[in-house]
Design a protein around this ligand. Sequence first.
Ligand code: ADP
Length: 395
Amino acid sequence: MAKTTNKPKKPAAKSSKQHTNTTKKPDKADIERERLSSLINSMADGVIAIDSDGKVVITNGAALDILDSNVSISGKSIYRILHLVDQSRQKVDLRKVIKNIKGTHSTRDWLIQYSDGSEVNLYLSIAQVRLGYGKDTEHMHGYVLLLRDITREKSLEEERDEFISVVSHELRTPIAISEGNISNAVFLFKRSGINDPVVENALEQAHEQITFLSGMMNDLATLSRAERGKLNVEVEAINAHELVNQLVSTYQNDAKDKGIELKCELDPHLELLHSSKLYVKEVLQNFITNSIKYTEKGSVTIGAKSRENGVEFFVRDTGIGIGKSDREKVFDKFFRSEDYRTRQNSGTGLGLYVTMKLAKLLHAEIDLESQLNHGSTFTVYVPNLEPAGAPDKTA
Ligand code: ADP
């Protein structure tokens, strides 16, 4: 592979002709090289291109800033100059990461450690590239690393998470008390036999809103704990049959109120699943409440099938469905479809984001199949975990 640097090209040895003030017209390759060099150097993010052995072939000034180096790093091994650690300060094996890359790998979870012990939070993206063309394709590829110092962003995120955590914690008790009292009031009013549609309507609306608020607080509390890495996976034996049946009976009334049928499809050969019951249940609850919310007629089916070293749960509905472009975004934080039928229902856009966080903790895989106006199927494969929370090595 041809070695390239973005340093300004050294002037060629001067010939007698050059003394006579005739400048050599730059050829096309020179112009292209200059253009690439100034483009890379004007980037605010650090750029480092390495060859397949990890040797630096292109860098820019921003990369040197991030690496805190004032000497050229061209030709040096990236593994010697970029020292990365993860959030728990464990060394990141960059060589292994790069070896396993297929396409692009990006992360906001690593820090760069300097020789004096100081650290900087990093956004790092590593993409596989072809640095040349030719017959020797084996050695032609390299990688481009994009580096950005995100220390300030991270500390703002931490402050925000801290705020959400305190607020959701402080509001939890008053909301729970209000919810209990309003439910009681609705019940007492119905039992009193008083016929006052205005009071009845006011109570029902208060109940609906406080239930929404309580759900939102729960989502925010789980979200903040997940983002602060405060969620612990407590592995226990889960009877998937029992879990699905429980969920069906919990949501039977909600489905009935909307005129939807709630069905159950269970594989008779299900074995005990070893995972966190709390989080598996929360993931399924999020799918089920959404399916009921976004289905006007037809049915919602909850099911479980046996899969190698785990169980695959699914929630299928005949609801409004999710269009192609929205399918890519439904797991994003605060995303809600613009579809008017979505907006007719209250929601925060946090449910599926939290669901994805929980699934990651469980090493579970989520899949979504949907067709607009025909319905959606959310599937989650939950593997058996060892008590420590790592996937079973027998997998
Ligand atoms: P929300 O509080 O808005 O329901 P979620 O994060 O749970 O937030 O879902 C994000 C968005 O994904 C929803 O606003 C909706 O547009 C879409 N969505 C989720 N589940 C379904 C479903 N079963 N059918 C149709 N749309 C869905």
